[in-house]
Design a protein around this ligand. Sequence first.
Ligand code: ADP
Ligand code: MG
Ligand code: MG
Length: 898
Amino acid sequence: VKRVYAFGKDADGKNVTEGNTNMKPQLGGKGANLAEMANIGLPVPPGFTITCQTCMEYSNAGNVWPEGALDTIRQYREDLEQRVGKKIGDPKDPLLVSVRSGAPISMPGMMDTVLNLGLNDESINGLIEQTENPRFAWDSYRRFIQMFSNVVMGLDGDLFENAITIKKNERGVKSDTELTAEDLQELVAEFKRIFSENVDLAAYPDLAQDGVAVFPQDPMAQLKLAIEAVFGSWDNPRAVLYRKQNKIDDNMGTAVNVQCMVFGNKGATSATGVAFTRNAANGAKEYYGDYLVNAQGEDVVAGIRNTSPISELKHTPGLEEAGKELEDVFVLLENHFRDMMDIEFTIEQGKLYMLQTRVGKRTAAAALHIAIDMEKEGLITKEEAVSRVEPEQLDQLLHPQFDKNATYDVLATGLNASPGAAVGEVVFSSEDAVRVAEEGRKCVLVRWETNPDDLAGMIAAEGILTSHGGKTSHAAVIARGMGAPCVCGVDALKIDAEKKEIVVSGTDVVLHEGDMISIDGTTGIVVKGAVDLVMPELTGDLDTILEWADEIRELGVRANADNPEDAELSRKFGAEGIGLCRTEHMFLGDRKQIIQKFILDENEDVRAECVKQLGELQTGDFLGMFRAMDGLPVIVRLLDPPLHEFLESPRALDVAIARMEEKGASADEIAAKRNLMAQIDGWAEANPMLGLRGCRLSILFPQLPEMQVRAIATAAARLKKEGLNPQPEIMIPLVAFESEIETLREKAEGFVAAVAAEEGVELDIKIGTMIELPRAAVIADKIAKHADFFSFGTNDLTQTTLGFSRDDAEAKFLPAYMEQHLLKRNPFATLDDGVAELVKMGCEKGRSTNPALKLGVCGEHGGDPESIMKFAKIGPDYVSCSPYRVPVARLAAAQAAL
Ligand code: ADP
Ligand code: MG
Ligand code: MG
């Protein structure tokens, strides 16, 4: 097996790159694209890439090197030294390298990188001599010790940052760049002391000298430890969490790139930066990014100093040439990769070097805008444009915004780093964010800047607010990826995380933990207190892409809605009908008493009266629904849940009785309550999920379907008389036997005919069933003889096929199944393959006896892009999902057809 691949040029300037952009599984994204950039002639500092497979072998063997790997690395290292004519650790003219992680799928900032490797107490002198720049050399050495200690040895980065702060205070300077060579030399000594004091010798016995840990001076030892640390970073907790969050496979491993250093910290004509070829927030065709003069890579992202926008680069003295060249590179990269690219670069004494490129992460708004622009520019086709937008991402556009009619005072403004608005309590740490979210409250995570350790809190919070960092800072990049609102770089916020307090400059406002704030990541505004949020209008770019998607897709998209507002919303989002209108929600609120009386009262007349009342109310419900969806089909499901769901909980009653007794209530009162409790207990089922529900209710309580069918028919008849075109369909849930649908259909048809006669209009109402039991799927050919349509209720079908009760599974054992890799996906979120087989069988068998049968899917899976991919292959005509998922489903359905 080939474990190492060279990239860049040899001593004669010939390209000796062995990889290319298609080798991401082996070389990782960074390595594959470094190779690709070298292949298309861009200035890439030379180096070599150790494969991801080597990382996995090393890790699976319990951190033991595969045979021969270290030899190969030595050969490639010697080859690299020969290519550039310098040796790592050379006391006269040392070669310095970076050791960079890079997985097949980009995980920005999740894993580790070490810069300036190869410096020690001797080679520092060579570096000073060669560059005649002692300040630069000492700065590089202190950075190396700092990164090596943090990344490789796991020491706390604050130990070093604090030492720098103390030094700056001693010298009375504000910025790192004001420290002199002598200051930095002293810092190197101080850093080495910190190293010795904090490294655990038991873990690193090789570093002991006279019983004390000493910063490793042997460059080869440095290199080996750094490579091993990068391998290890694949399994660091934040990387593991990120993969879980983003559904990334744990078995890919990371590559390691060993690359010659170039230096952005060599003075005023050196710089480092990150950029996107287009605006990553809104998609505008402009160069977007930040740079810092006289700095090294991480400085930009970490938000340590305030950065300059990339548009200023070519106007900065000494950087004009490099700035112009960079713009040419932008064009070249876009034409080559045919996408918006994200770039990391460094300028060393006026010369530009490319250090990384990848397809740029972007907000949903930017994704839409860029896809449409690129189609217009002729760079990509319509189909490609549709495939460029992640369906899941559309959620961002459906995020709340500040209500335009709300009045509020702007407390401070910062950078609009990730769109959408958020309201919540101020929290100052990732842990507090997680805690508050778990307690069921909303929070906004407020940080000086975020770092990868904050990931859990960023996920838990509604939004993220920072006082430092630009639009490519950690907070901004991660928030955009997650679709979380983010405002960053709000200078006016003086945050004291220890005291849990924010002082807002220029005001007398002081905010504390738990105070409500609102942020708007679309505009960069921060407001004290809670601003009313509203949902955005769907316009422009989204409509265009969805129209293109509609031209491509074959699957229909309907919505699950059970009130007129949701129905209207889903219609606005492009739903072609209602795939599931549940009726149980219509019995809640004030009406709960009526259904309770129906269940519990022993007097037949009282019960009949209840049914009558419910029937009148239901007719009103259906009038609203059918009116909202005029001309489009509305599938109404007859009552489905076990009846105890409408009753009080016996436990609560038990408590109430105990209280009554305590307070000395009368014996009669207590007896009445006890009687009620006994009645309710009578309705308890050992497993209500498999109990008296679905069509079984209709069989036992024929009054209920009669009432509901009549209400549906009556509402339809009245609307017809108004000149409207209602299209209701009646759905019978939880059918297992042919006989169930046969008899219930016959009765329903009778009620519809009766209403038609009473109202004097013709009614043609389709009647169908849900397929949500394995038996129903297996005998679908028989059931289809009595059904105009099937709707696969994949929530229940998953429960009944897997024998998993959804609530118990998700609360109790599914997480363990996922952690132990027994299951890749939560089967209630993404369609299980076994359940998919049943759906396929149901479709085929159903159509075999009833070619006109219309087939749909309701249930959560109808709005999940991955499940939609599966449905597109196995037969249903449409999927139905919650209103906000409708645009997502339209896009996913188009991508499934490509
Ligand atoms: P990440 O994956 O977190 O972006 P990188 O490996 O890209 O980590 O390293 C982070 C930064 O370190 C880069 O953006 C670049 O500025 C700097 N860097 C990495 N390698 C080199 C190098 N060979 N020369 C100069 N700077 C480098
Ligand atoms: Mg990088
Ligand atoms: Mg069901």
